[in-house]
Design a protein around this ligand. Structure first.
Ligand SMILES: Cc1ncc(COP(=O)(O)O)c(C=O)c1O
Length: 423
């Protein structure tokens, strides 16, 4: 896939780092330190991305404009706050392969998921099911269950779960298609992760969208683990909506404002029910303070509140770096770096662990999930020694070599320590 023949000795990692055109981006990020003051081996960008060193500069500009201008900052700040979120529109649209009108940065992921379901989950007695992956992230499970009961249905009969075959960890494409084919007439909404948070499996967004639409289902994706990780072409692939957070691969910082995409076929869907707020109201008349809600065209029409400028400022720092590095180059490095991690682990194959992430590089991003039956002990011990991955119950150790700031040396040293701790 990458065309690179990996080699086990450390000198291979050093040579790869020396010729990596993206290696210098590492210096643009703050690394947590070990007890002895060295950079941690940080492989946790799938959970919380590192802080770009420029974040404070972006935030300080807004703090200083707030100090100097007070309320006038809404229109007179160097970057006026009223349209501030639009500073992120073009970059966000490119990142997810959408048209600018199809995206907006707002709220947080689960809030956006609910807002999307208010509009796009329209159950009837014939078509009331929501199709999800079994073991999807808990917040998604709670959100879909609560939407089902909100509409007077029961999760027991309205929640349909896709599961891997017995003895397998990932869900097969043909099983997804078969289920959609078989149950499609009763499915109101297909809601899958772009990348499953536990296994790291990337789903075929285009194929699933096609299969769902053929059966008349609405199709949405939670891209928490896909945005900034995989190249996406949402407009062409055609799902009805998608939501994501910006604190993982997008490095926007803890609790950073999330993202939302609504396909332009719904741009003028004024008749769709939606939960409204003043920031979604047509900006031309927003400050007339009238009582009747007239939504903006496109994804912006789903906004509720004026957004946190400080959070958006932090996200801008990271998105500017993303823009400069380019998703295509990042993906090329990611394929190679993740392939290298998989290769090194395979050199130390042992019954004590197994990789559950798909081996097909097209079906995964930067994450490798390792099944270990040790109750998270090894993850804790590695963390004590400055190697940061994370543990997801019941048995999964997740590590993500992030192409923007991780090196081949990180991957090499991680595997050395991992193997040493296992034995
Ligand atoms: C797949 C997935 N969905 C939802 C969430 C919840 O996100 P938030 O707390 O931003 O709503 C997360 C958080 O990690 C996630 O990984």
């Amino acid at each position: 896939m990458t065309g690179i023949s990996f080699e086990a000795p450390e000198k291979f990692a050093l040579a790869m780092d020396a010729r990596d055109p993206l290696a210098h981006y590492r210096d643009r990020f703050c690394f947590p330190k070990t007890k002895t003051g060295e950079d941690c081996i940080y492989l946790c960008g799938h959970s919380l991305g590192l802080q770009p060193k420029t974040v404070s500069k972006y935030i300080e500009q807004e703090l200083s404009d707030w100090a100097d201008l007070g309320v006038e900052g809404h229109f007179q700040a160097r970057n006026p706050w009223m349209p501030y979120h639009r500073l992120l529109t073009q970059q966000t649209a490119s990142l997810v392969g959408a048209q600018p009108e199809e995206v907006v940065v707002m709220n947080s992921l689960t809030v956006n998921l609910h807002l999307m379901m208010v509009s796009f989950y329209r159950p009837t007695s014939q078509r009331h099911k929501i199709l999800v992956e079994r073991g999807t992230f808990p917040s998604d499970q709670y959100a879909v269950q609560s939407q089902i009961t909100f509409h007077g249905f029961q999760p027991a009969s309205s929640l349909l779960e896709l599961a891997p075959r017995s003895g397998e960890s990932c869900i097969r494409d043909e099983d997804i298609e078969l289920l959609i084919d078989r149950e499609g007439d009763s499915i109101a909404l297909i809601l899958l992760g772009g990348v499953n948070y536990a296994t790291g499996q990337a789903f075929d967004i285009a194929g699933i969208t096609d299969a769902g639409h053929r059966k008349g289902c609405v199709v949405g994706f939670d891209l928490a683990h896909a945005a900034g990780n995989l190249p996406l072409r949402l407009h062409d692939w055609g799902p009805d909506f998608a939501v994501w957070c910006s604190y993982k691969y997008l490095n926007g910082g803890p609790g950073c404002v999330g993202g939302c995409y609504v396909h332009d076929r719904h741009s003028h869907a004024w008749t769709l029910p939606r939960f409204a707020g003043w920031w979604g109201h047509d900006e031309k008349t927003r400050f007339e303070m009238g009582p009747n809600f007239q939504p903006m065209t496109g994804a912006e029409g789903w906004q509720l509140s004026n957004p946190s400028i400080l959070s958006l400022a932090a996200l801008r720092a990271s998105m500017d770096i993303f823009d400069e590095a380019g998703m295509e180059r990042l993906r090329a490095k990611s394929l190679s770096l993740t392939g290298y991690l998989e290769f090194l682990l395979s050199q130390h194959a042992s019954p004590k662990f197994s990789v559950i992430t798909p081996s097909d590089a097209e079906r995964r991003g930067a994450q490798i999930s390792i099944r270990i039956l040790d109750n998270g002990q090894l993850c804790k011990e590695l963390a004590e020694n400055g190697i940061v991955g994370d543990w997801r119950e019941p048995d999964t150790f997740r590590v993500a070599p992030v192409p923007l700031y991780n090196s081949y040396g990180d991957v090499y040293r991680f595997v050395q320590r991992f193997v040493a701790e296992l034995s």
